[in-house]
Ligand binder design. Structure first.
Ligand code: FBP
Length: 272
C-alpha cells in the first residue's frame, strides 16, 4: 500500500477527487441544459478550489488543458474508459499507459474494474500491469470499484459494494471509489472490508445538495476517507459553493446544516 497521505492525492489524510470523465462514460447526455460545461476550462477552474485534492480526467483532457492549470491543480489520469455507445457486457478499454500519464503530469492514476462482468479477468489483468507500473513511478492508484454485468443482480446491494472495497485492497489499489450503499451502517462495513486502504464515496447522479452532503457526512462518520464526485459538483449551478460545503464536511467535520448555511446554499436552492 502506497503512503498516499504523503502525496497530493490526500490532504490531511482526506480525499476529494473531482471527476470529469463523463464525456466519455456518458456522452453528451450529461451536458444537457448546460452545454457550457462541455468546455473543460470551467471544470479545471473549479478544481483549483482548495477542497479539491485531485481532478480526474481522461488523457485527452489532460493533454489539452492541464498545462494551463498545472500550478493549481493536482492531476489524476483515468487510464481506462468506454463510451455509453458500447452495447456489450460492461467492459472498458485501456486508453492510456501509466508511463504516459506520468509524462503528462499525473500524480495518481485511476482504473475501473467491472467485477462480475464477463471480462472481469481481462480487466483485472490489465489492472495488474497498471498497478505495478504505477508502483515503479510512485503514483498512487485509485480503483473505480463498480461491480456490474452478468454476475451481478443488484449492483447497489451492500454486500456487492463491500466486495468492491475488498477487491481494491487485495488487488493493490490505494483508494477504492465505491457507490454509497444506502446507509451509514452498510458504509461502515464497506470501510471495514477495505482495511487500511482508503475508501471514497462516488457522488452519483445530480441530487439535492442536502441529500448528497448527508451521504458524504455519513461516509466520513464511519471512517471513510472522502469523496470522488463529478456531477454533484460540475453540474451544480455554483460549483464553488458546493465545494465550500464539501470542504467543511470532509476537512472541518462540519454538520450538513452548517456546511450548507456557511456555503450560502439556501433551502430553496438545496431542493432544486
Ligand atoms: P459522479 O459523481 O458524477 O457519479 O462521477 C463519478 C463517476 O465515477 C465518474 O468518474 C464516471 O464518469 C461516472 O461516475 C460513472 O458512473 P456510472 O458508471 O455509474 O455511469
Amino acid at each position: 500500500m502506497y503512503p498516499i497521505d504523503e502525496t497530493p492525492l490526500a490532504s490531511d489524510g482526506k480525499i476529494v477527487i473531482l471527476a470529469y470523465d463523463h464525456g466519455i462514460e456518458h456522452g453528451p447526455a450529461d451536458f444537457t441544459g448546460m452545454l457550457e460545461r462541455a468546455d473543460p476550462r470551467p471544470v479545471f477552474e473549479a478544481a483549483t478550489h482548495p477542497a479539491v485534492t485531485s481532478l480526474a480526467v481522461q488523457k485527452g483532457l489532460a493533454e489539452g488543458y492541464y498545462p494551463s492549470y498545472e500550478d493549481d491543480v493536482d492531476l489524476l489520469v483515468k487510464l481506462n474508459g468506454t463510451s455509453n455507445l458500447w452495447m456489450g457486457e460492461p467492459d472498458t478499454a485501456v486508453n492510456c499507459s501509466v508511463d504516459y500519464a506520468n509524462e503528462i503530469g499525473a500524480s495518481s492514476v485511476g482504473f475501473t474494474i467491472y467485477a462480475g462482468a464477463n471480462n472481469e479477468i481481462g480487466m483485472a489483468e490489465e489492472f495488474r500491469e497498471a498497478q505495478e507500473s504505477a508502483r515503479e513511478h510512485d503514483l498512487p492508484v485509485v480503483l473505480w470499484g463498480y461491480p456490474r454485468g452478468q454476475g451481478i443482480k443488484n449492483a447497489s446491494k451492500p454486500e456487492v459494494i463491500q466486495y468492491a472495497a475488498r477487491l481494491g485492497l487485495e488487488l493493490g489499489a490505494d483508494v477504492t471509489k465505491v457507490k454509497y450503499p444506502g446507509s451509514e451502517s452498510a458504509m461502515a462495513d464497506v470501510v471495514r472490508m477495505a482495511a487500511d486502504s482508503k475508501v471514497v464515496m462516488s457522488g452519483g447522479s445530480k441530487t439535492t445538495d442536502r441529500a448528497f452532503l448527508e451521504d458524504v457526512r455519513a461516509t466520513m462518520d464511519v471512517g471513510g476517507d472522502g469523496v470522488a464526485v463529478g456531477r454533484n459538483v460540475w453540474q451544480h449551478e455554483d460549483p464553488s459553493a458546493i465545494l465550500d460545503a464539501l470542504e467543511a464536511i470532509v476537512f472541518e467535520d462540519a454538520t450538513v446544516d452548517t456546511a450548507l448555511t456557511n456555503a450560502g446554499l439556501e433551502e430553496d436552492a438545496r431542493d432544486e
